[in-house]
Design a protein around this ligand. Structure first.
Ligand SMILES: Nc1ncnc2c1ncn2[C@@H]1O[C@H](COP(=O)(O)OP(=O)(O)OP(=O)(O)O)[C@@H](O)[C@H]1O
Ligand SMILES: NC(=O)c1ccc[n+]([C@@H]2O[C@H](COP(=O)(O)O)[C@@H](O)[C@H]2O)c1
Length: 331
């Protein structure tokens, strides 16, 4: 009997020991598994950005500062700010001259890379001496009347106030210098409208000079200047002796070109056929105008000479200016 009860006690103890061992082994496996899972999760949160727009959902001690860093700050690269410069006769300015800016802005912003912050109309000076060109003061005034309807397009008469005609690349250089001379937090649109208030560049500033030599900024807060033109202007690059090759090279490499399609021109084919433009094709943005608008200043001048209506081809205040002064009645 005694032997039997001892044996039973031993068997029970053995069973209890095995149970305890099993629990201990299970617990340590569980600990290893949990630690592994934690490690994997930690590494995932390090390697992967947090879903867009959401703050990190880690618990924080009561009263501690709220996490304000969102995924957006990780994911969205800064957009390059762009200022568009359109050079031309604007003799007179037409609705299509304004529309070019709208088309260019949509196109650039649709890429997701750019934010167009300002448009500048720069009428050519009297020194250009093109047939039928009326005084720059009138063309500048008409451009200003036209730009009043826009919140972001302005007129700069610096080019037209120069004594002699200036190559377009020199106009671009001037405007880039103006942009660099601005304070970083300047409201660019407001400045365009009140250009007179602009601060002059401090020629002694080594930083600014260095930036000018380095070329236009690509991804910084400083806006990048691009030349805006119609496809006929791009075609004119091919007219022998009209543009210096080094000027064209500088325009397309250091600034960039936004070219609006125009009836009778094929900008893509022109770029493809040009050994000068082809290497810079990624800096030339061809914008297709699906609603063809082939209004030209030439057509408007001709219609005015003939006493025909030009209403709705150019802004009403511009038409009023022309009629009040009897402009474009003779060739
Ligand atoms: N209808 C248009 N479509 C596309 N681009 C245009 C159009 N009209 C003018 N442009 C562009 O606007 C800029 C300034 O043009 P400009 O002042 O020479 O006007 P224009 O109407 O072509 O003048 P003109 O008929 O007197 O030659 C140029 O780059 C020109 O290519
Ligand atoms: N070599 C050059 O820089 C060059 C040559 C021809 C025209 N342009 C410019 O192109 C524009 C052309 O205007 P128009 O189409 O009205 O002639 C003007 O602003 C003019 O100054 C520049």
């Amino acid at each position: 009997m005694e032997l039997g009860s001892k044996l039973r006690t031993r068997v029970l103890k053995l069973r209890s020991f095995r149970r305890h061992m099993a629990i201990a082994v299970h617990k340590s496996f569980e600990t290893v598994r949990l630690n592994f899972t934690r490690a994997v999760l930690a590494s995932m949160s390090r390697n992967h950005p947090i879903p867009s727009g959401r703050t990190m959902s880690r618990k924080r001690p009561v009263g501690s500062a709220k996490r304000t860093r969102t995924a957006r700050s990780f994911e969205q690269p800064k957009k390059t700010k762009v200022v568009l410069l359109a050079c031309g006769s604007f003799n007179p300015i037409t609705n299509m001259h304004l529309r070019m800016f709208e088309l260019a802005r949509d196109h650039l912003e649709d890429t997701g890379q750019y934010e167009v912050v300002q448009g500048i109309l720069s009428p050519v000076g009297d020194g250009y001496e093109k047939k039928g060109l009326i005084e720059a003061s009138h063309r500048g005034e008409m451009a200003k009347l036209a730009a009043e309807s826009s919140s972001w397009i302005g007129v700069d008469t610096w080019e037209s106030r120069q004594a002699n005609w200036l190559e377009t690349v020199k106009v671009l250089r001037h405007h880039r210098q103006e942009l660099l001379s601005r304070e970083p937090d300047t409201d660019v649109v407001g400045t365009a409208k009140a250009g007179r208030k602009r601060k002059r560049m401090d020629a002694s500033s080594a930083t600014k000079r260095r930036k000018l030599e380095e070329g236009p900024p690509q991804r910084s807060d400083e806006p990048r200047l691009m030349l805006l033109c119609g496809a006929d202007m791009l075609d004119s690059f091919g007219v022998p002796g009209l543009w210096k090759p080094e000027d064209i090279e500088e325009i397309v490499s250091s600034y960039g070109l936004v070219c609006i399609t125009r009836g009778g021109s094929d900008p893509e084919a022109f770029i493809q056929g040009s050994d000068l433009l082809w290497p810079h094709r990624h800096n030339i943005h061809v914008v297709r105008e699906w609603v063809a608008n082939d209004v030209s200043a030439t057509h408007i001048r001709r219609a005015l000479r003939r006493g025909h209506s030009v209403r709705y081809l150019l802004p009403d205040p511009v038409l009023g200016y022309i009629q009040e002064r009897g402009l474009y009645t003779t060739e």
